[in-house]
Design a protein around this ligand. Structure first.
Ligand code: SF4
Ligand code: SF4
Length: 328
């Protein structure tokens, strides 16, 4: 099981799609003591992998201490970062405190386009330097790309770039309009483009050694299985089933893009929320509506519950409209 914690809302970039609308630090963010308590509760609840993300997690002063704490109590800590602050010294420090891997965001191989989307004129240069620093000191890293209309033709070239850079994986996030991302809703691929790109990705997976993982696009399971591929992943949408996310203030949500609060870790233990929240319980029924409800892939795919909610007035059990199996 995997959990993400958005450690802070503070960020040195201003990305157009940011689901947390990151920028400034929030007053109510978990302090070091509260964060350590949360890490303990996560470990006791049976989670194995803990993603420290943000905002930009490296803007938190206690980030190394918290990663080290997670590692010491048996979790596998990983970082979700824009990569721009990963100097060689930072990479070494991250490795020394037990970090397993860093996910670094890259949306285009064109510096100008990437910089425009990320809101900083040096983002591309610094992100690539961050990757290089990880590689040089032997810290595992992977590339994260958010796919939209403007960069959909760059996905496969970025996989080739990831291979050339020595990344361990390329994770491809399909835009779900949330936070600032709602302002670029028109960038969401249409159903045919979505299906076609997923097929291209699954074909590419058969050519390259590194892992390519479509994220927020659970239909990759249906497509991979119908292509006869042996997939390492058994389930598409993990929200509330084997995954959840915690906001900087301690709100627990099924996933970053499904903006429903199951409880807050400042007043209720994480494990209690994970076991008992009505949102998680409902998601676990897998009792979906419409096409997803009658689909033979519903237990492996599950449809994107966040997208279902966004396009169906908040109904996260509705059918997923971007699937070619959908009735819409
Ligand atoms: S609801 Fe599921 S598929 Fe959609 S973004 Fe969240 S975890 Fe991913
Ligand atoms: S209909 Fe729903 S469950 Fe079936 S493949 Fe499409 S999104 Fe997945």
């Amino acid at each position: 099981m995997i959990v993400s914690w958005n450690t802070t809302n503070k960020c040195n970039l201003y990305c157009s799609h940011c689901y947390r609308e990151a920028g400034e630090k929030l007053k109510e963010e978990l302090n070091t003591e509260e964060a350590k308590k949360l890490i303990e509760e996560i470990q006791k609840a049976g989670f194995k992998i803990m993603i420290f993300s943000g905002g930009e997690p490296l803007m938190r002063e206690d980030i190394f201490e918290l990663i080290e704490y997670a590692s010491e109590i048996g979790l596998r800590p990983v970082l979700g970062s824009n990569g721009t602050l990963i100097t060689k010294k930072v990479a070494e420090k991250l490795k020394s405190v037990g970090l397993m891997s860093v996910g670094i965001s890259l949306d285009s191989l064109n510096a100008e386009k990437h910089n425009k989307f990320r809101g900083d004129k040096n983002a591309f240069r610094d992100t690539l330097l961050g990757m290089k620093n990880c590689r040089d000191i032997g810290l595992r890293f992977q590339i994260h790309t958010t796919v939209m209309e403007w960069n959909k033709d760059e996905v496969i070239p970025i996989t080739d770039f990831a291979v050339a850079m020595g990344a361990s994986a390329h994770h491809i996030f399909f835009l779900v309009p949330t936070g600032r991302g709602e302002n670029i809703e028109e960038e969401v691929l249409n159903r045919d483009e979505y299906e076609s790109l997923l097929k291209d990705i699954m074909n590419k997976q058969q050519e390259v050694e590194i892992e390519i993982k479509p994220t927020c696009a659970p239909q990759f399971i249906r497509i991979g299985e119908s292509m006869g591929m042996k997939l390492r992943f058994k389930r598409g949408c993990l929200a509330g089933i084997s995954y959840c996310i915690i906001s900087p203030k301690g709100d627990v949500q099924p996933c970053a893009y499904l903006n429903r609060v199951a409880g807050n870790v400042k007043d209720t233990s994480f494990n209690y929320i994970w076991q008992n929240s009505s949102i998680f319980k409902e998601l676990r029924t897998q009792d979906y509506k419409g096409s997803c409800g009658v689909c033979k892939f519903k237990h492996n795919c599950g449809g994107c519950r966040a997208r279902a909610a966004y396009y169906n007035n908040g109904d996260y059990m509705a059918e997923e409209g971007l699937c070619i199996y959908s009735n819409k």
